[in-house]
Design a protein around this ligand. Sequence first.
Ligand code: FAD
Length: 496
Amino acid sequence: MTYIPPEILQHDAKILIEKLKSKQNSLTPKDRISIPPQEMPTQDPNKRNKNMNEVALGFFVEQAKLEAMRCIQCKNAPCVDGCPVRIDIPGFIKAIAQEDFKKAIEIIKNNSLLASVCGRVCPQETQCQETCTVGKSLKDVNKAVSIGRLERYVADWERTQKNIADPIVKPNTGKKVAIVGCGPAGITVAADVRREGHAVTIFEAFHKTGGVLVYGIPEFRLPKKIVQEEVDFLKKMGVEIKTNFIVGRTRKLTDLIQKDGFDAIFIGSGAGLPRFMNIEGENLVGVFSANEYLTRSNLMKAYDKENAHTPIFDSKIVAVLGGGNVAMDAARTALRIGAQEVHLIYRRTEVEMPARVEEVVHAKEEGVIFHILQNAKQIIGDENGHVKAIECLKYELGEPDASGRRRPVEISGSEFNIAVDTVIVAIGNDSNPLIKQTTPSLETNRWGNIIVDENCKSSIDGIYAGGDIVLGAATVILAMGQGRIAARSINEYLQD
Ligand SMILES: Cc1cc2nc3c(=O)[nH]c(=O)nc-3n(C[C@H](O)[C@H](O)[C@H](O)COP(=O)(O)OP(=O)(O)OC[C@H]3O[C@@H](n4cnc5c(N)ncnc54)[C@H](O)[C@@H]3O)c2cc1C
């Protein structure tokens, strides 16, 4: 796709808005569908691949209005069924079309606490936008109404307002709830439980709050100040946060109840344990898990070479293994840190890539070289134990596997080498076993995920869980969705 500078996008939107002014209130569905989808203004790809600033700049007001006018307000609203937290999508979009941004954000907040975050990182094309009638009529999911970008628009609008109301919290109940992990699941539970008047303490292993939103997703996709504002909001509600506190080490789960007097616990400890390929050469110097690479860069600010004390490998040519959001984030971070070439190696095709479409487009625009239907066979080292190349195999697609995606089948004899000095493995994460190891009666499945019922209750009374620790590595909105269910259950449990 050719890059269109933001000022041109705004100029075009202004002209179109002016043209539609006279019939704005009498647009037919056909008129609405013929309004062109609005492109997200972004930084120039050749500049942004060298800086950490946010890539997507957000709609101009004219674009937001036009995009909202594309919604035909269909009665059955299939978009709502596609949203894991069931936001009244037609409702908030109608409010944007009427320029009532306050009403729009209020509608979103009825169901979602992290609108600025979800508007930026939700995989809308496989959720609300996948089922959008406009996209279906145009036979292209990429031409669906940009629900996520509109969500981001009003959330950002609200952040610029100075008169955000203070959170309302019911009088203290005398009950105490502990939350393990300050990611999207934990943040959601903390807000919903605290609102009912219970005292809430979050225990977070890292020195910073936000979970993957802070240590995994890079600044250029989700500015950290946005996550910090959400955490500040919790503090304003009276939530206590203890960082550098590893539940299972600093204190066992059961101690929190038996010794510290907590009445209920929510575990939202995520899926922070990286998977490896288990191939030869994975112990060479220059091989990283994406988790380590991204944590160094994001949480420890290694990209800020002049000011940060965190070392990061000075890579020239990087191979990233994987095709999800984590792989895209690692590849794009490597470019920004100074790599001359970044090769992304994925064993299926782009159709099966689990990454958000926008991230794939952005990665390509920024110069990441995609190798599809290929995978690493071994990593080759030099005499000093440093990575010097990666041996790959070519693949073709066979029959669908259990995930419904076509299985990659290796083509024998297709080996070839790419000379690289760094390999970043981004093929998925499992849950950290620490809590299970120190609380044997907590039931988990064979992947170490905590088993919960439909109310997010675990095998132990008073202990609830949700997010990636239950679902396996999933998404922000699913973590929030489970957080809402768990909070409702905890609030009910504490009423008895
Ligand atoms: C690089 C990357 C990019 C991603 N991109 C996207 C995206 O674009 N869109 C999307 O929807 N999803 C994305 N995801 C997935 C998404 O971020 C997760 O699904 C989501 O953050 C899960 O939320 P959570 O609250 O369950 O866990 P987490 O966000 O992992 O938070 C768990 C928190 O618990 C803490 N913790 C762990 N163990 C303990 C302990 N024993 N004691 C105390 N604290 C503990 C951790 O330090 C962490 O802060 C991405 C994930 C990664 C890694």
